[in-house]
Design a protein around this ligand. Structure first.
Ligand code: PMP
Length: 424
């Protein structure tokens, strides 16, 4: 591998490099691969870890003696709420356990805010002259597509290694009452892997906002998804916010989608007493109660918060080698060339790859022709528009390790070829 930065090569050396990468690429295409690094899904080996769920629960009553097969219990099983309260550093009274999708709970929360407004609102959000959300980028594509679907304008700020750029957020929220919300993945962010520091969390919860009902959607989807023994502790957003006098600002979300079964887990919210009463009041119009059998199934399976932690270490053992394989392939193929930077996440589900400006679309097209499916360029930006066309989200959890190795070696070839083309 050439270690000299590509931009420093003479025209002749660059031409030779390009010819070599073209030959590598042609050989790659000739292999007829069919590999997929597009979505952050657990692999079947990870799903197997939770097969114990399939023969649970053994009981039909919860701790209070209520029959879980029947209606009722809108806020979810107390014993499951206790486990999540401990894990999320909140009080059990602040927790709601719902259905299988936290994304649905986020959607429902926004619908409720649009139709009725929430605690602190002057009017339903739909009656505001304009609605905007602050979106740290790169970020989670489904947050952005949901906002786009609601017609809510997205204003981007950079996502730094310690969370959203606080000064940029402050400037947006201070004077403009139409800025109603901010969406953040605070722990092992999708896709950058960044962990929001306590300092940044405190700024976000304390900063003055023109909107009296400004909300931080604190989507802690990867709170427990550590890849190393250096386990990040999420900032305790609810306690920080109430300490700052803004108890209703944060809405916490999490789920067991990447802990047990992605399609049949349990979603969780945690929030202030006022937010919870508001949320349950509207939820009561839509449901007589959640799937408490699934709640009890998860309680019996995990036992307690330590059971969750132990379970997550078993996930780590399966997926950490895949993240190491991504880093190894990129280092081997691209190290020293000065054409790419990538994250080395200590948790979560993604690797963030930044390439030369203007080459991400080309790389993804090259990879596709070689039989390697990558997430579309720009996916981590509102409306799919990465203004620098340089960001690529890699999701290595689903394919078997050998496929991750093969695919990533191929991706490195595509990155190098596209860079050589662009510099020629
Ligand atoms: N939030 C983030 C940041 C995610 O990455 C995902 C899954 N890709 C979700 C939420 C979806 O969660 P759920 O399955 O609970 O709807």
């Amino acid at each position: 591998t050439a270690a000299a930065p590509l931009a420093s090569l003479s025209p002749a050396d660059l031409a030779a490099f390009r010819a070599q990468k073209q030959a590598d690429y042609d050989a790659l295409c000739a292999r007829g691969l069919a590999l997929d690094l597009t979505r952050g899904k657990p692999s079947s080996a990870q799903l197997d870890l939770s097969d114990g769920l399939l023969s649970l629960p053994t009981s039909t009553t919860d701790r209070s003696g209520a029959d879980v097969r029947n209606y009722g219990g809108l806020e979810g099983l107390a014993e499951l709420r206790e486990i999540f309260a401990e894990l999320l550093w909140v009080e059990p009274e602040q927790v709601v356990c719902g259905g299988n999708s936290s994304l649905t709970m986020m959607h429902q929360t926004i619908v409720d805010l649009l139709l009725w407004g929430g605690p602190g609102s002057e009017r339903p959000w739909k009656d505001e002259p304009a609605l905007k959300f602050v979106c740290p980028v790169p970020g989670y594509d489904r947050h952005f597509s949901m906002l786009a679907d609601f017609g809510i304008e997205m204003v981007t700020v950079p996502m730094n290694a310690d969370g959203p750029d606080v000064e940029a957020v402050r400037a947006l929220v201070a004077d403009d009452p139409s800025v109603k919300g901010l969406w953040i993945v605070p722990t092992y962010a999708n896709p950058s892997g960044a962990v929001c520091s306590r300092e940044v969390a405190t700024e976000l919860m304390s900063m003055p906002t023109a909107a009296p009902d400004f909300r931080v959607f604190w989507d802690n989807a990867y709170a427990f998804h550590h890849l190393t023994e250096d386990e990040a502790k999420s900032a305790d957003a609810l306690a920080i916010a109430s300490g700052c006098g803004h108890p209703d600002r944060p809405l916490l979300f999490a789920s067991t989608s990447k802990m047990t079964f992605a399609g049949a887990g349990v979603a969780v919210m945690a929030m202030s007493a006022a937010n919870k009463a508001w949320f349950l009041k509207h939820l009561a119009m839509a449901s007589i109660g959640p799937d408490k059998i699934n709640h009890l199934r998860h309680v019996e399976f995990f036992g307690d918060a330590d059971g969750v932690r132990a379970h997550m270490r078993r996930h780590r053992d399966i997926i950490a080698p895949k993240f190491e394989a991504v880093d190894a392939a990129l280092t081997t193929g691209l190290g020293g060339l000065g054409i790419a930077e990538w994250s080395k996440p200590t948790g979560g589900y993604f690797v963030n790859l930044d390439v030369l400006d203007g080459t991400a679309t080309r790389i993804i097209q090259l990879a596709k022709q070689a039989g390697i499916a990558l997430t579309p360029a720009g996916a981590s930006f509102p409306h799919g528009d990465d203004p620098r066309d340089r960001n690529i989200r890699l999701a290595p959890t689903f394919p078997p390790l050998e496929q991750v190795e093969t695919a990533m070696a191929g991706v490195a070839t595509c990155v190098a070829l596209a860079a050589a083309e662009s510099l020629s």
